[in-house]
Design a protein. Structure first.
Length: 336
């Protein structure tokens, strides 16, 4: 009872007024064409040039030493998970924002290259470090200067590939690649803006799913995999770029446009379903929460610890801080 008084999760969810980790978003992006125009006419042209150089100069390294205490309590958990992303990609074929089945039918070249880079990255040692780093930076340069795709699936794949590369660059501890990582931030933000447009056009399934015949369940699962990978990617991408800015000691003024209109489904059981049957069972029998505009009130009130996956934990800790979310898990018999 005393714990319930100290940590009352029935109250409406509120993000911090300080806005340190509110997700930044440039306004005015309404189509893929406008994104392509911005990429080709960006005033930050030096960022694009930097991506094509072999050697890079930097102003500040990416370091947790730059994190103020307030931000540290909100990003340390995400930093831990981001560090594990290349290993996750190799071992699980996915990340907290990229479903493991997303590229089962077709894996774009950008993802193939990034997947190979992850495999090299997690085996990097003192003997092969130079070769591995050269492979990764070369693949980043190739992708950065390649033609921007217009198909939603290809655009999402490009964002996934760049996010994978960015985790390897930012957390490499190698001063020589930090300039490239810095230049990638603006590229990621522009891609994120384009994905917001695509995500806004997604519709959510309603009602229960029949178990037989399995046609409806398979179609619903396939739609869920793309839709929720897209939505999660948008939120994770902007959270990651916010972390990148913080790791360079930059506390940027943020806008709230990303939260407005955003939706994402929270359910570890749906996300981790291995097949259409398991997905349908989870859809029909387990809790799932459609979180709108980053309002986690219903999740904090009604969810159980096993409903909350790594992605949800990253979002919740980023918005409320590590102590609150540890408390939420503890009084429900779980652990963060």
């Amino acid at each position: 009872e005393e714990s319930s008084i100290l940590l009352n999760f029935d109250t409406p969810f509120q993000t911090s007024a300080a806005g340190i980790l509110d997700f930044d978003l440039s306004s005015g992006i309404s189509s893929l064409e406008s994104l392509e125009t911005m990429l080709n006419t960006s005033p930050n042209a030096e960022d694009q040039v930097a991506l094509q150089r072999t050697h890079y100069s930097i102003v500040k390294p990416f370091s947790q030493a730059h994190l103020p205490p307030f931000a540290k309590s909100r990003v340390e958990y995400s930093i831990e998970q981001l560090n594990l992303v290349p290993k996750m990609m190799v071992e699980q074929n996915g990340t907290p924002w990229m479903h493991s089945k997303l590229y089962d039918e077709f894996m774009p070249r950008s993802i193939q290259d990034a997947h190979a880079a992850c495999a090299l990255h997690i085996t990097k040692n003192e003997y092969n470090a130079e070769h591995v780093t050269r492979y990764i930076t070369n693949r980043v340069e190739e992708l950065a200067v390649s033609t921007l795709p217009t198909a939603p699936a290809e655009l999402l794949a490009r964002a996934h590939a760049l996010m994978l590369y960015q985790t390897m660059l930012v957390f490499s501890g190698d001063l020589h690649v930090y300039g490239q990582a810095e230049a990638l931030i603006s590229q990621l933000e522009l891609l994120g803006n384009a994905l917001i447009v695509i995500a806004a056009g997604q519709t959510d399934a309603t009602g229960s799913l029949p178990l037989y015949p399995a046609t409806a369940a398979r179609a619903s699962w396939k739609s869920f995999i793309f839709r929720e990978s897209l939505r999660r990617t948008v939120l994770s991408l902007f959270q990651f770029t916010a972390v990148c800015h913080l790791l360079r000691g930059q506390l940027k003024a943020c806008l709230h446009a990303l939260a407005y209109g955003s939706k994402v489904t929270m359910s570890a059981h749906l996300w981790n379903a291995k097949n259409a049957f398991d997905f349908a069972i989870a859809w029909n029998e387990r809790k799932h929460f459609l979180v709108k505009e980053l309002d986690f009130t219903e999740v904090l009130r009604d969810a159980d610890p096993d409903d909350v996956d790594i992605f949800a934990k990253m979002m919740l800790v980023g918005l409320q801080g590590i102590d609150d979310i540890k408390g939420w898990f503890y009084i429900r018999g779980g652990t963060l």
